[in-house]
Ligand binder design. Structure first.
Ligand code: AHR
Length: 330
């Protein structure tokens, strides 16, 4: 029996040794790394920073990738130049987080002619020929907007304000971005349908806190009579909250102005738990591992879905606990 155990131990040791040796020889060498050019649209929001971090962690050297990351600073021209540069460098694959939907046809055609596959991440591109890219992965922004609007109708009913005049201040993301277009559509549709809902104003605020603050501050100076702020991302909401504080207006679960915010980053959820934001609509930025999985499937010759949408939730104060917020990745 003891001899058998010794034999087993020797075999295990041998297996381990071969395993270790195999791991050493398969560790990617310089030329073996898959080179991925990533055109990130900017660094305008907390969501975007979490998205970039997720991509760099997932496409790391340890995992066999060389990631060339270009930040376009919210300018499509910068993105087009970055993608053309990736093509010139002959990267293996390109990932684009497009700032706006239109204007991609030519550069995608160039990538296709160079036989470089392209994955579209986060927002989408509006091109006639969907074969110009491999796959797109992101959020169902239309569903996000619809859920926000459904919740708002229910909340106004609950407050006994279903028939009241409701004036909405609408903060929009970067014009032409899928997340802006699709979050804007449901609220515009319902304002058209409901005779008692109207826009006090609609402002583009580029998904940044500074702009969100500026436009709300300036608006409230002339017209503080608003019932709802529908803000297409958390950073603009944070700016709006500062402006509301300065104007002495109450908001949130126990206040006058109803705040709806998109993204649900940790800080927004914390405010929501504290009753300062009424509704957080989740937009998940952790696409790195999903993109990596897609790349692996592609490399293995598997068939790839054309569009992938991630599961998302909405949160009010009642849905949140401190533990949930603390355990959140972004
Ligand atoms: O496209 C996703 C949006 O872009 C996020 O809601 C926003 O925060 C980001 O800048």
């Amino acid at each position: 029996m003891r001899a058998e155990i010794r034999l087993l131990a020797a075999l295990l040791a041998l297996l381990c040794l071969t395993g270790c040796a195999v791991r050493q020889t398969t560790e990617p060498q310089e030329g073996e790394l898959l080179v991925v050019g990533f055109s990130q649209l900017g660094s305008e929001s907390s969501w975007r920073l979490a998205n970039t971090a997720s991509m760099t962690a997932a496409l790391s050297r340890e995992k066999g990738y060389e990631l060339l990351l270009e930040n376009a600073k919210q300018k499509q021209d910068n993105q087009l130049a970055a993608v053309r540069n990736f093509i010139l460098q002959g990267v293996d694959l390109i990932v684009i987080a497009p700032v706006a939907e239109t204007g991609w046809e030519s550069v995608l055609q160039e990538a296709k002619e160079a036989q470089i596959p392209v994955i579209i991440m986060d927002r989408e591109v509006a091109v006639e020929d969907e074969n110009l890219y491999l796959s797109s992965i992101g959020s169902d922004f239309l569903r996000e907007g619809e859920r926000a609007v459904e919740w708002l109708s229910g909340e106004l009913e609950r407050r006994g304000r279903g028939e009241d005049e409701i004036r909405i201040l609408h903060l929009q993301g970067t014009y032409g971005a899928t997340s802006q277009l699709m979050r804007t559509k449901p609220i515009e549709d319902v304002v058209r349908e409901k005779s008692n809902w109207s826009f006090a104003a609609q402002f583009p605020a580029d998904y940044t806190e500074a702009k969100g603050y500026e436009v709300v501050r300036d608006y409230l100076r002339v017209d503080p009579d608003i019932d709802v702020i529908y803000s297409e991302n958390d950073n603009m909401t944070f700016g709006a909250m500062r402006a509301l504080d300065e104007a002495g207006l109450s908001y949130g679960a126990d206040g006058d102005v109803i705040l709806i915010s998109f993204d649900a980053v940790r800080k927004a959820l914390q405010y929501c738990l504290e009753g300062r934001i009424n509704l957080c609509v989740e937009c998940n930025p952790l696409h790195g591992p999903r993109v990596e999985e897609l790349i692996r499937q592609y490399e293995e010759g598997q068939s790839i879905p054309k569009h992938i949408y991630v599961e998302e939730l909405i949160f009010t104060r009642d849905d949140l606990t401190q533990e949930l917020i603390d355990s959140r990745e972004y």
